[in-house]
Design a binder for this molecule. Structure first.
Ligand code: ADP
Ligand code: MG
Length: 406
């Protein structure tokens, strides 16, 4: 499932009202009956509405379903994408759509631009989509899933990610700037950096390691555990070290010394509170992920056995930061929503770490490996509808091909 924005500019306001009608109807109907679409679109049921319906079906934003009792339509992922894009565009958080730079198991990452030409990232959550690896275990579950559930769960993931990104950003954590959230999507600032996964050598691994571990501890001091703290979710920016600025580099090697690697953390749908029943497991997993990666990739092993969850708790007691887990709950991502999302993610097999194990084992020495972007295989079970997998592996933040929306 790939976002194809090229039809955006041809859709009329009426088309969008009809599309929104199908979306509204999907909340209670697996297949939305045509008369209900007409009613929900708020348009008079003339030929215009029916023309819109057939237009939308032709470009796969809605799909016709023949039911035993009646004919109707359901919203596709593409339809939901267009509704979100339309809102972002109206609210001026997106002006044009560029290349897809990432395809995760549960998300698509797309470069977009604001009206002033500055680049941003749109992350589209696709929680109903699963990789071929988990198809078998989830087939029965997914057969029974409804359009409403993947839409709702993907939206929950976006709401959660946006809420955490906002709280983290406001409290000085190095994360992208959250710009907007709509339906199953978020818009954030683009970080012009590569994931740690693609950094083959690090000048001072001990320093970077210490920084990452202290980030885990700092998160815990604010009541949080990332839950998927790994080399794909840490972007590394290269900055000139200001402290070293006074020293003029005598040669290229010295020059290298003056570059500071600054980690930026992304990807928050699986964050948990330090009070979560499995907090210790998640905390240890985050720490061990970094330990293992530094050992394997940079041959760096810390002399320190920890940190352990008990250390984090101790620190939290002695010197607590603002409780961001509590703040996020108050900001609208309720405990009930958190539980629902967690349950669903478990059921469809969303487990960042398990997945990374697999990636690490098969690609240990593969330096410029970008295969985390290539698991585009998918199985959209909706009435056997086939949608194309993504081949777009463009990791360079390429800005040509930006498509204007309207
Ligand atoms: P997923 O949940 O699918 O893992 P992520 O949020 O981790 O999604 O994003 C996947 C990849 O997309 C990241 O590893 C990174 O390379 C890229 N990416 C995501 N957000 C940004 C951003 N704000 N700036 C630059 N690259 C990003
Ligand atoms: Mg990720």
């Amino acid at each position: 499932m790939k976002l194809d924005a090229k039809s955006m500019r041809y859709l009329t306001g009426e088309d969008f009202r009809v599309l929104a009608g199908v979306e509204a109807g999907s909340r209670n109907h697996e297949v939305v009956p045509t008369p209900l679409i007409v009613q929900l679109s708020g348009l008079r049921g003339g030929s215009g509405v029916h023309k819109s319906i057939s237009n939308l079906a032709k470009i796969n934003l809605i799909a016709k379903v023949k039911n035993a009792k009646y004919d109707g339509y359901r919203l596709t992922y593409g339809g939901l994408d267009y509704l979100a894009l339309n809102t972002h565009q109206k609210q001026k958080s997106i002006y044009s759509v560029g290349n897809q730079i990432g395809v995760g198991k549960e998300s698509d990452i797309i470069v977009v631009a604001a009206a002033d030409g500055s680049q941003r990232i749109m992350k589209i959550h696709r929680l109903g989509r699963i990789s071929f690896r988990t198809v078998k275990t989830n087939r029965d579950y997914l057969r029974n899933r409804s359009t409403g559930s993947w839409m709702y769960m993907s939206r929950l993931a976006a709401i959660k990610e946006f809420a955490f990104m906002t709280a983290l950003r406001n409290n000085g954590f190095p994360v992208p700037e959250p710009i907007a959230q709509n339906r199953h999507t978020i818009v954030m600032s683009l970080i012009d950096a590569f994931p740690l996964r693609q950094i083959s050598t690090v000048g001072k691994p001990a320093q970077l390691y210490a920084e990452l571990i202290s980030m885990i501890m700092e998160l815990a001091r604010y009541g949080l555990i990332h839950g998927d703290f790994n080399e794909f979710n840490i972007l590394i920016k290269e900055e000139q070290d200001l402290k070293a600025k006074g020293k003029a580099p005598a040669n290229a090697e010295d020059d290298n010394d003056n570059v500071r690697l600054v980690p930026i953390l992304i990807d928050f749908p699986q964050m948990v509170s330090v009070d979560h029943v499995n907090a210790e497991m998640y905390f240890d997993r985050d720490v061990n992920c970094i330990k293992r990666y530094f050992q394997r990739r940079y041959h760096f092993t810390s002399d320190d056995p920890g940190p352990f969850f008990a250390d984090a708790k101790k620190q939290l007691k002695a010197n607590p930061g603002k409780r961001l887990d509590v703040e996020v709950e108050a900001s609208g991502f309720s405990r009930k929503m958190a539980r629902e999302l967690e349950k669903y993610m478990k059921e469809v097999g969303v487990d960042g770490d398990a997945d990374n194990e697999e990636r690490n084992d098969s690609n240990e020495d593969d330096e410029d490996d970008d295969d985390y972007n290539s698991s585009g295989e998918e199985d959209d079970n909706h009435e056997g509808q086939q949608e194309e997998g993504s081949q777009d592996q463009d990791l360079g933040l390429d800005t040509h091909k930006l498509k204007e929306l309207k």
